[in-house]
Every structure is written in C-alpha cells, then in structure tokens.
Design a binder for this molecule. Sequence first.
Ligand code: HEM
Length: 550
Amino acid sequence: MFRCLSDPAMDNITDSIPPSRILVFGALRAPLNLNTWLLTFAVTTVAALCLFSASFFGSSLFDKDGNSIPAGPKGLPILGSFPFLTQYPELTLDRWAKKFGDLYSVWLGNQLFVIVSSPAIVKDLIVTNGAVFSSRKEMFIKSQTVFAGRGITATPYNDRWRKHRRIATNWLNQRAVDSYTPILDREATVLVKSMYQQSHAGAVPINPQPHAGRASLNNMLSIVFGFRTDSIYHPLVGQALRLSREFMNVTGPVSNLVDFIPWMQKFPTPMRSRGQKLHQDLVDTYGGLIKDIEHRMRMGAAVPDCLAKTMLDTEEEEELDHLDMAILASAFMIGGVETTAAIMQWFSALIPAHPEIQMKAHEELDRVVGRERLPTVDDEKNLPYCHAIIKEVERCHNPFWLGTPHVASHDFTYRDQFIPKDTVVVLNTWTMHHDPSRHTDPDDFSPERYIRDSLTAADSANLADPYQRDHWMFGAGRRICPGMIVAEREIWLTISRMLWAFTMESLPDEPIDLKEYDGLSGRSPVPFRINLIPRHPNVAKVLGMEETPP
Ligand code: HEM
C-alpha cells in the first residue's frame, strides 16, 4: 500500500518540480539543499516506517459493503503526495482532478485527504451533509501551536466552536454590519485620500499594499477593539500586518509536513518555534488590548461597543477565559485583515492591464454617481459593471485556493466511495473557478461574465443550484466564512471609490507579476507600484483636500 516512486503518474509530476523545491520541514517556498533533503528523507524513512504503518492502517479504507476510498495519485513512502503540493498546490490539484475526477483522494503523511472539485459534490457533502462534514483537523501548527486549541477557525465541530461561532456571528451578521457601515465608509474614503496624498495627486507611483492593509486593519480594529489607527506609520499597523502575514506563512493547509506525521511533532523544528512565537505574539498583542479594555471598563471609562467589550461583558455567562478571548479576537484580526486587503491588492494589480475595463467602469460611475460625490453602499445595485469587476477579481484571485479544509466527523459513503471518519475534505476552488463549462475562457479576466449577477456572496451561497453560485472564495456549509457580509461591503466601498477617483496605470519598467505571490495559506500579490492618476479636478474637492498640482 505504500505509494510508489516508480508510478508513471509520479514521474510526470516529479519531472515538473525542481529538486530544490521538494521540501521536508516547514515552509515550502524556502528552497532546501538537496543533500540535506536526501539525508533527512533517508533518516525519516527508516525511523518512521513502523510508526507510520501503524497509524496509516489505523482506520479501515473500506466500508462494510466493500466500497473503497476514492482513487487518487500514489504518493511517496511516508511523505505521501506532500512533495508534489509545493509552490502552486492548486495547479497540481487541478491536474489530478482532470486525471482522477471530481472526487479523489490524496495522502499527506498518514493523513487522508479527499479533494472535491465540483459544485454538485460540494453541495452534497459539505452543505446537505453538514452534520458530517463540518469539523476541522487539529493541525499541529495552526490549531494546536498557534491557536492552542481555541480560535473558531480551527476548532473541531463541537460546543466550543458553536459558542464562538454564535459570538462571532453577532458581530458579523447583516444588522451588525449595517450598524458599523459608517466606519467602513470612512476607512474607504481615508484609503483613497491617503493614496491621493502619497502619490502627490498621481505624480509619483505608489505601492497600494500598506493602504489596503491599513483600511482592512482599521475596520477590524474598530469592530474588535473599538479604535482605529491614524496613519500607516502607527506601530500597531506594522505589528498587526506582520502577525497576519506570519500566520499566512506558517499555516498553509498542506504546507507543514509535521502536521501529518505525528512522531515529528515531538521534535523541535523551525516551524514549530515560529508557531509558538506567533501564538505568544498574538496573545501579547490582542490579549493585551483586551486587558487594556478590561482595565478601562473597571475604571468606569466609556468603552465603545466592540467584540472585546461584548466578550468581557459576557465572559462568565459564556464561560470564556482570557485565552479564549485573545484567540477569538486574533481569529478576527487574522481572518478579517489579510483577506479583504488581498482582494484590494489583486484588484490594483489586475486592473492597470485592462484600460478598456476601467473605461467602462468610469463611464458607469459618471453616469450613475456623477463627479460630485463618492459611490456609496446604496449605489451598488445600480453599478452592475463595478459589482461584476469585483466578483471577477475574486474568481481569478481567490486568496485561499484550498479554502480552510473541513473534516468528516463520521464514516460516510458517497456514490459508492468511502470517506472514513477524520478524512480532511478540501474544496478545490481553483478547478471550480476555472471550469470552462461554467466560465467560458476561464483564464481571461472578463467582468462581463457576472454582469447579470446582482446577488451578494451570502445570497449566492444560498442558491439551490450550486452551479449558479458566483464563486467559492468564502467556503461552504456550516463553516462558511461568517465575515463575508462585512468583507463584501468593505471591498465594495474601497474598490468602487478607487475606480471613481483614479485611472490606474502600470509602470512601463515595472511589470506586475500576477503569478508570483506572498503567503502560503492566504495569498496576495508580491509588492508592486502603480500610478494613480486622479480622473478629474473634483476628486480633490470631494475628498476634502486641496488639489495638489502634479
Ligand atoms: C475576502 C475576504 C475573506 C475571505 C476570502 C475569507 C475566506 C474564508 C474561508 C474560505 C473560510 C473557511 C470557510 C469554510 O470552512 O468553508 C473562512 C472562515 C472564517 N472567516 Fe473568512 N474570509 C474573508 C473575510 C473575513 C472577515 C472580514 C472576517 C471577519 C472577522 C472573517 C472571519 C472568518 C472566521 C471567524 C472564519 C471561521 C469560521 C468557522 O470556522 O466557523 N473572514 N473565511
């Protein structure tokens, strides 16, 4: 049963991966010396053979009727298919989907994964059978080390998760988002203003990244802690963005071999040390902010309504300890910052290459909104082309191609294929977003494909026909992203206002790389600079600024 190196399928795959990219421990994108790799591989092979086979065969791969697990690629001994999911795992998963079909299995170490590549199967398993497919694997690095078993994102399907999800939803449902939309509105305007200022009204190119990062960060800081930062140079901006980035770099769903080979977890590794440090930094930073708020509440000072205040007000009734609160706040700060900022950045990276798309958006904005005011939330329904641009950015550049995997909490047989309890289930969103039968010419950036789709992501996720859903960026089922309403709203406000204010141009000497990316679990483009040329003199006036001559 061990995966065989001589399998022809593996030959094709190994041919396409430079040896220096085949890694054993930790972050996949840091090249490892080949000799070190071979030595490590030999040692781990010998040392782990007994332990591995015990856990590998621990659960049956057949149900009582003899149905077996879905077919899939054969991997390597011990490592399974881990080395083949290196730099662009979604492309490998896509290749395998074409070979093995919409439901196939992959082994990573001793962990069985099932990869789902069709909307119908996602609906059947994750939505219709949500009682079975809504748990999470307690990944060694992400769940156990960084989140210490807490944190709504990583917790298994249990009462702790239900409680945290309920608390989170109270702050993220439609009514809550409506109540703090003025905050999102203000941050979107500040974003455009700060871009206008830093670019000296289009005279010098800028990197949109810190502006997008601070807008998303301020939104989450307001929701979670009731305050905002007033400059991209505020120390918390650098610290919070560093923590989110570090999280994205240590917790990819298929990026840490130590997650899948339990005996390795007993030994210190650089990735484990990074996970431990990140845990402590999160507790110090966000737990520290909660302590400050607690202190202010005890002193009778006014504290604005925010998640931290709600948690402190209800900590006894909800049985929350300090670590629960610190990690739940961290889950918001991580889940809600890099993600929305990534979409703003992908938009800024993509759009300069499409002047004809910008022209259409500008024409729509001039016609519907005019040049005397900024677009608002209420305008969205009347700006179908701008709305479509955003959906298309999300289809083309989902920051989480592998989503956050779900886990089967019971044995399940689906269409004569057995999915054992504890199998990790991955939504292969890359393949679904590039299915030519759903999206004609899927590699093209073409907002027109969404021009008749006026639904929000939340409404789209509830459509009976899963093939009509806009995209799968927010996941599916009972664990679907609870932040999608706030995420969509802040993305709408920032992107529609950037389109309203600027013509966005790339620099002839600095081509923007759309293939390379930052982050393992969550992706944003590598830093780039663009020109943001104010579209008309009213931009300065509407933003409440003196016009800066170019
Ligand atoms: C573009 C923005 C965003 C993207 C692409 C995104 C994506 C996702 C995905 C794929 C999941 C896993 C869903 C699943 O298991 O099927 C998730 C979960 C989650 N997201 Fe988001 N998210 C975004 C914004 C936000 C925001 C603004 C928040 C606000 C706090 C947030 C909070 C969460 C939380 C708490 C979970 C865990 C839910 C659970 O496990 O029950 N996300 N998100």
